[in-house]
Design a protein around this ligand. Sequence first.
Ligand SMILES: Cc1cc2nc3c(=O)[nH]c(=O)nc-3n(C[C@H](O)[C@H](O)[C@H](O)COP(=O)(O)OP(=O)(O)OC[C@H]3O[C@@H](n4cnc5c(N)ncnc54)[C@H](O)[C@@H]3O)c2cc1C
Length: 315
Amino acid sequence: MKNHLKSDKGPFGSVVGANKPIGQGFYRLSLGFEGPGAEAFAKTQPGQFVQLDLADTSLPPLKTIPEGLRDAAGRKILLRRPFSFSDVTVEKNKTSVSILYGVVGPASLRMTTLTAGDLVSVIGPLGNGFQMPKGKKHALLIAGGMGAGPLEYLAKVLTADFPKINPVAFAGAKTAKALPFEGRLDAISQQLGFSLAEFAKYGVKSLVATDNGSIGFAGTVTDCLSQWLDESDLPGRDTILYGCGPEAMLAKVARIADARKIDCQVSMERHMACGTGLCQSCAVECKVAGSSETVYKMCCTDGPVFDSREVVFRL
Ligand SMILES: Cc1cc2nc3c(=O)[nH]c(=O)nc-3n(C[C@H](O)[C@H](O)[C@H](O)COP(=O)(O)OP(=O)(O)OC[C@H]3O[C@@H](n4cnc5c(N)ncnc54)[C@H](O)[C@@H]3O)c2cc1C
């Protein structure tokens, strides 16, 4: 079959560097590239993604598979799966990318069995990524659950390339255990102001919210953001919001941005088959400027990052 991809998107062979469990059902996978793959991924923007081929990756032993996933576990993995980058590092002729992932179904379950030295076929980098802020002084990064990954990489790029910008990260989940971070997330770290190591290593302050109040702000990450904005009184024109997480959360971030006249970019998730615009399965309904009409854009090629004013949220 003719390869419809431009050669700068692969498929590239990658080698697993590590695949580390970081909590209940969360892992950090690192993949290394050499040659053309190293060159392609060295230019990765935060918010872009890859399509991983996990068709031949083994399942873990049945007894270790969470009960809720046992029925789905045996499904064949026909399609590649999309994942964003939580980090990219370039050293001489080698590029390594990290992926923060949660185990939710058959493909991500298989990912947990990858070990150092395994080979994984990767297409990417795909999509548009976050636009870097022009003339902004404050960047607020709002993560829901697994949405933290691409915002970690954004924090790295913002602090390295835009030293005049002051980024603050907000991370939320239903409970403390559902937060995909390493290290201490307990009462003592709470008193210390919840510096998540994943953001602190770039000098970025972070706030945590849990729906059940088990740590941090008791409530949603968007309520935490609203309260913080009320208290800080930042001028809207100097500020930009970046959101990544469940669509209901993104809809609320978009409403907060709209009400306060703050620019806002959201990374949308859709079920994706090809990731390259061919199958048209990942439509995002978007407004047409100056009209009441809407059009469908492709999450994989027009996005996954959209200006929040453009997206029609039906939530
Ligand atoms: C651009 C993009 C970037 C992503 N980045 C990451 C990432 O960095 N880390 C991460 O853990 N996950 C990420 N995802 C989601 C990831 O692709 C899915 O979790 C993965 O495909 C699940 O595959 P599976 O076979 O394990 O489960 P499946 O059986 O495919 O799905 C399990 C459950 O998750 C839901 N689901 C799967 N994919 C999506 C989706 N795209 N949108 C909404 N619901 C979905 C299904 O409806 C089902 O309920 C990203 C998705 C997109 C579109």
